[in-house]
Design a binder for this molecule. Structure first.
Ligand SMILES: [Zn+2]
Length: 233
């Protein structure tokens, strides 16, 4: 299933009662679309990029609806975020975001309530495959000096700017651009700033170079050629 606000509020209610002894004040839930996390607890000093959130906001929790996952897994994600909330409210300074205190509480809940909460909010490959949106993506493959391949995915309006930025990075030997609607690429975040993720040679060949693919994966273009002519791809 995909999370809804009413499901999240319902989960909050019973988790607060059964696990946290009703010690948590109500908290706002938001539905997000992040590819990089399944849930995230925001509080007044959460750092977002270079900016810190303003000190007068209330804490809130964002749960991503990007992936189709079982209800119990969504509950585990909510409980994970509520552990952060609990530690935040208690004023305990933990050694790190998933430090000693967090792990203690997490293990106790897993043991006493038969849950499977984990530290990682990363998405496993099976779950990534449930993201089947077919949105056109502009994909930059960077050939790095080390022999590794990097991938940067963005919307059309960022192509030229990112092309220039990536080309200026000294360890990038060569770049090439592709257009694809293949949902496999949904596992990478769409970026507006110059961020390069790793992609294996195997996946690069499979999803971008295989001549038998029917989608538009093979379509390559060369910025700064006008990309407007690819509008109807
Ligand atoms: Zn966490």
């Amino acid at each position: 299933m995909k999370p809804t606000i009413s499901f999240l509020l319902h989960t909050f209610k019973w988790v607060n009662r059964d696990i946290f002894d009703n010690s948590l004040p109500p908290i706002e839930f938001k539905i997000g679309n992040a590819a990089s996390y399944s849930g995230k607890f925001f509080h007044p000093t959460t750092q977002i990029g270079f900016l810190r959130t303003t000190p007068n906001i209330n804490p809130y929790i964002v749960i991503s609806r990007r992936y189709d996952i079982p209800a119990t897994q969504i509950e585990d994600i909510v409980i994970h975020e509520l552990i952060h909330y609990y530690i935040y409210l208690s004023g305990i300074k933990d050694s790190s975001p998933h430090g000693k205190r967090f792990l203690e509480i997490m293990r106790q809940i897993n043991r006493d309530h038969g849950r499977h909460i984990s530290v990682s909010t990363r998405i496993n490959p099976q779950t990534q495959a449930t993201d089947t949106r077919t949105r056109k993506k502009y994909i930059c493959i960077s050939h790095l000096e080390t022999g590794d391949l990097g991938i940067t995915i963005c919307g059309k309006t960022s192509v030229l700017r990112l092309h220039q930025a990536i080309s200026r990075i000294p360890s990038v030997k060569k770049t090439e651009w592709h257009i694809s609607i293949n949902p496999w690429f949904n596992r990478f975040p769409m970026v507006r700033s110059c961020k390069i993720y790793k992609i294996s040679h195997e996946n690069y060949e499979k999803y971008l170079l295989d001549p038998n693919r029917r989608d538009t994966s093979r379509l390559q273009f060369q910025p700064p050629d006008s990309i407007s002519k690819y509008k109807d791809v």
